[in-house]
Design a protein around this ligand. Structure first.
Ligand SMILES: [Zn+2]
Length: 291
């Protein structure tokens, strides 16, 4: 009986993959907006052409589509196939991405970005397939920059870390998804302009648009969650936490916007190196030198 009970627990744990919202619609829209304004003219024209196939006019308008399909019966299979590509679970606070351990079967956000960037860059694919890929890329590049989408603790990305925020019961994941950003009281266009007006903390960190770069972005997110103060000392999250952590969240939005623009420029205009055109989905190679 104990064996059966334990099997039941394991099955339950497997079914309960953690809910994937990542940045709420506000965070995703800000990132998309930042990226769209930085695109080169040719990439921008191609983005608008692909978006027109989905009756959308901006990247922000489609930036949460990859989350929204979970409520659309017509997209059930697509959701099931992609839902584990919104995040990556690291094994420990060293946050070193090892594909064989952290991304089995290509089921993590690093592989999700790699796969859909390749579809987007592939001119032999239909416009419909490339437009769908564009929507996933816009979303997953946002997700990978939400620190709790690449955490190492056994708390389903902070979803089981209960807190009180703004006078209500919440959890750390939700605070990072939306609470910190909503505390500005700004809609996405104004928020994006505010961020653009601020000096950039890490402009040098943008470079790279390949699987090794995506892995590094996930590792950055993980290390933020492993840093001092990220997990609050008390369950009540107050103004001090917002003051300390909101700038971190906003820096991630800016980096995500810059990197998304760089990916889209590379995939839509510049010829991506051949190896990115058809990645062996689910068989990411380790980017670490073996020693
Ligand atoms: Zn997501």
């Amino acid at each position: 009986m104990r064996g059966v009970a334990r099997l039941g627990t394991v099955l339950l744990a497997c079914t309960l993959a953690w809910p994937v919202q990542a940045w709420g619609p506000l965070g995703h829209a800000i990132i998309a907006q930042l990226a769209q304004r930085q695109l080169g003219a040719d990439a921008h024209a191609e983005v608008l052409r692909l978006l027109a196939a989905t009756h959308a006019e901006s990247l922000a308008a489609v930036s949460s589509w990859a989350d929204a399909i979970q409520d659309d019966p017509a997209e059930r299979a697509l959701w099931q196939r992609t839902r584990r590509q919104h995040y990556v679970d690291f094994r420990d606070p060293t946050c070193e991405f090892e594909p064989a351990l952290d991304c089995r079967g290509g089921q993590c956000v690093v592989a999700g970005i790699e796969h859909y960037v390749a579809v987007l860059a592939d001119r032999s694919q239909s416009d419909a397939a490339r437009a769908e890929a564009l929507k996933f890329v816009v979303h997953f590049v946002g997700d990978i920059h939400q620190p709790l989408h690449a955490g190492y603790r056994d708390d389903r990305g902070g979803n089981t870390w209960q807190v009180r925020f703004d006078g209500r019961g919440s959890n750390l994941h939700r605070v990072w998804d939306s609470g910190l950003l909503a505390s500005r009281g700004l809609a996405a266009p104004a928020y994006a302009r505010l961020l653009e007006a601020q000096p950039e903390a890490q402009p040098q960190a943008v470079a790279g648009a390949d699987a090794a770069a995506y892995a590094r972005w996930a590792e950055e997110s993980c290390r933020i969650t492993a840093g001092p103060g990220f997990y609050p000392q008390t369950r009540r999250i107050g103004a001090g936490y917002v003051r300390a952590e909101r700038p971190v969240a906003e820096q991630r939005l800016r980096l995500a916007g810059r990197r998304l623009a760089a990916i889209l420029d590379a995939a839509l205009v510049n010829d991506m190196p051949r190896r990115y055109q058809h990645p062996p989905s689910g068989r990411l190679r380790s980017h670490r030198p073996s020693s």
